[in-house]
Design a protein around this ligand. Sequence first.
Ligand SMILES: NC(=O)c1ccc[n+]([C@@H]2O[C@H](COP(=O)([O-])OP(=O)(O)OC[C@H]3O[C@@H](n4cnc5c(N)ncnc54)[C@H](O)[C@@H]3O)[C@@H](O)[C@H]2O)c1
Length: 380
Amino acid sequence: MRTFEVAVVGTGSVAELHARDMASLGGRVRVVAAAEVDADRLADFGRRWDVPRLYPDLESLLAKERPDVVDLCTPPGLHRSQAIACLRRDLTVLCEKPPALSLAELDEIATVERSSRGHFATVFQHRFGSGARALRRLVGDPRLGRPTVAVCNTLWFRPDTYFEVPWRGSWDLEGGGPTMGHGVHQLDLMLSVLGDWLEVVAVATRRARPTRTEDLSAAVVTFADGTVATVVNSLLSPRETSYLRFDFEYATVELEHLYGYDDTAWTVTAAPGHSEVLTAWEEGPASVPSGHAAQLSAVLDALEAGTVPPVPLPVARVTLELVAATYASAFTGARIRRGDIVPGSPFYTSMCGPRAPWETRARPRPPVADQLSSAVGGDL
Ligand SMILES: NC(=O)c1ccc[n+]([C@@H]2O[C@H](COP(=O)([O-])OP(=O)(O)OC[C@H]3O[C@@H](n4cnc5c(N)ncnc54)[C@H](O)[C@@H]3O)[C@@H](O)[C@H]2O)c1
């Protein structure tokens, strides 16, 4: 068995989960280096996870290291430039969600990826639990029938203090509110099951939190086959839940969890006279919880097999395009179809377009790099 070498960039909250889950993979992967602008945090991370080589920034790491994977756990406003720096050196990148601040940034990464020997994969870990795999495997099976209607709710609670972290709540550093940063997990999982979305009608509003982005959005999404889904993304919901419901002709499939699920979080209810669908469900994969470990395993499998690691850019783009279209619909009042947001559209370069309706003046837009240096005290 080959041991893959990973370099972690940004050693904050999510990097801890990555390190913990990598350590759980039975020696398949080892963190050989880390880069972080906060020296104390870097030293702690290095000690806790026994990381041999530590760097104050990505550039100095890239000057010395050739890891199999660079694992970007930095704030969203850094993903584009850091991913491009790695891809230009032919390194493979695993990047935390959201993969970029806008479709324009994502397309820039894709352009560089095309001439790189490295790949770019986005962390959307809820695709990888056995429940999601079982459901995707059943789609198209006559025992389940066609999908008709779906519900996709991310009802989370974030107090005002959550927004004290400098990059949170800003269009130019975080990219958006719960539509972009939180509900995107459920949205991505729903799209992995239902396939091509066609159009969206949405509202987004800032009801309660000290943020420049929305803290609540709701959307109606129509799919190419006519399936209709309602989507709610909230940071204002004291009883938190992540809830997905898929009604097919012969069964309702539900998932209720919060930040990750196992098989027990899924329920399947057969329509009267269609109990064979329950047998079909039991035939599917089992016992793999969603989470970073599940996606990391899939990424390592791909690297071992010499295939493209999941989730590749074109797939992540479908999800990011629905996020952009949700904002575009909410802020213009228009019905937005897939493919409407192209270069030249204000929603191509920023999720809020010219500005969110609650912002009275046009936003000053200093280069993202400058803002991040002052917000997090580091270079790119
Ligand atoms: N997949 C998930 O379930 C999940 C969960 C939480 C966060 N995330 C995502 O992970 C990313 C990081 O979130 P977080 O909560 O860990 O944030 P965080 O603020 O806790 O950690 C980010 C770290 O990056 C460091 N950093 C900043 N600039 C840097 C630079 N130029 N070079 C190196 N390091 C730098 C910061 O000092 C900080 O330690 C975000 O994109 C977020 O959306 C994903």
